[in-house]
Design a protein around this ligand. Structure first.
Ligand code: NCD
Length: 306
């Protein structure tokens, strides 16, 4: 039962619960009109303490397409946060107005704290360099729809694996399905944090680390590209040195299998040149669409409407 629950970490939901969400998302995709009024009278609050276009607008479009309404802020300086209000108080107040809350925060763990004080479901829309579970719902629905399965896949994650929260959530989620393996492609400075690797080791999941995208690409079913997370660097020099370390050129794509798909949570910076967009293996814009549908399904489940 997902009604009334929070989504803070993708591991909060069982595989069966994730399946329920994907099933509903597919139903929405095939009969969107039937869902256009199901959230009539419901209000989503989007509390974004950190910049976002995609995720916030994805949540807002999702709620509006279900017939509900949206309030919120995307600029914390214009809210009482700038007066020093605590997350606990903000959440208790918003819970009096809204039926469901999506929250993004630069501090790891902030949405978890919010959920402890909230009377309505809280969805983590990204917390610092930690987790981003609704991006993972998006990624999983995209993979399932295009590849037809979430098992037996060779997944390459490339770029900023240290600060890229989408990758952390994706690795946790995909390592629960049978026989998936990971190739973690990053420079030394941007390797996956130990806590993520510890989990892989504990579960006995197959993974390797490399710096070389060119060597790894030929064996992958999925290439998950990420941008170097400029805002989480302590020093600009390091960012400048590392920012263009992986560029997915046509030449590299020619070494990949014909069924490999390229995903990216977006925004991209330079890591995927525009010329790759027309390659049928480039699936990152499809992924955006799946993201909206999966958020529609998630909110319907947490609100107990479906
Ligand atoms: C990601 C994020 O916010 O972590 N973007 C998103 O949610 N679409 C990835 C990123 O910012 O690089």
């Amino acid at each position: 039962m997902l009604k009334g629950r929070h989504l803070i970490d993708i591991m909060d939901f069982s595989i069966e619960e994730l399946d329920e969400i994907f099933k509903l998302a597919n139903e929405i995709i095939s009969k969107e009109k039937d869902f256009s009024k199901v959230c009539d009278g419901k209000l989503l609050a989007t509390l974004f303490y950190e910049p976002s276009t995609r995720t916030r607008l994805s949540f807002e479009s999702a709620m509006i397409r279900l017939g509900g309404k949206v309030v919120g802020f995307s600029e914390p300086n214009s809210s009482s946060v700038s007066k020093g209000e605590s997350i606990a108080d903000t959440i208790r107040v918003i819970g009096c107005y809204a039926d469901i809350i999506a929250m993004r925060h630069p501090k790891e763990g902030a949405p978890k704290i919010a959920s402890m004080y909230s009377t309505v479901p809280v969805i983590n829309a990204g917390d610092g360099g930690h987790q981003h579970p609704t991006q993972t719902l998006t990624d999983l629905l995209t993979i399932k729809s295009i590849k037809g399965t979430l098992s037996n896949l060779k997944i390459g994650c490339c770029g900023d694996l240290k600060f890229g929260r989408t990758v952390h959530s994706l690795i946790n989620a995909m390592s629960r399905y049978e026989n998936n393996s990971f190739t973690l492609i990053s420079p030394e400075e941007l390797k996956v944090p130990d806590y993520v690797k510890k989990e892989l080791n504990r579960k006995g999941v197959n993974y390797s680390e490399t710096k070389n995208l060119e060597d790894a690409i030929g064996s992958l079913d999925i290439l998950y590209m990420t941008r170097v997370q400029k805002e989480r660097f302590f020093n600009e020099e390091d960012y400048i040195r590392l920012k263009d370390i992986y560029i997915l050129s046509k030449d590299k794509m020619s070494k990949a299998g014909k069924d490999m798909i390229v995903l990216h949570p977006l925004p991209r910076v330079n890591e995927i040149p525009y010329e790759i967009d027309s390659d049928p293996r480039a699936c990152y814009f499809k992924q955006v669409k799946y993201g909206m549908y999966v958020r529609m399904a998630l909110m319907l489940k947490l609100l107990g409407i479906r």
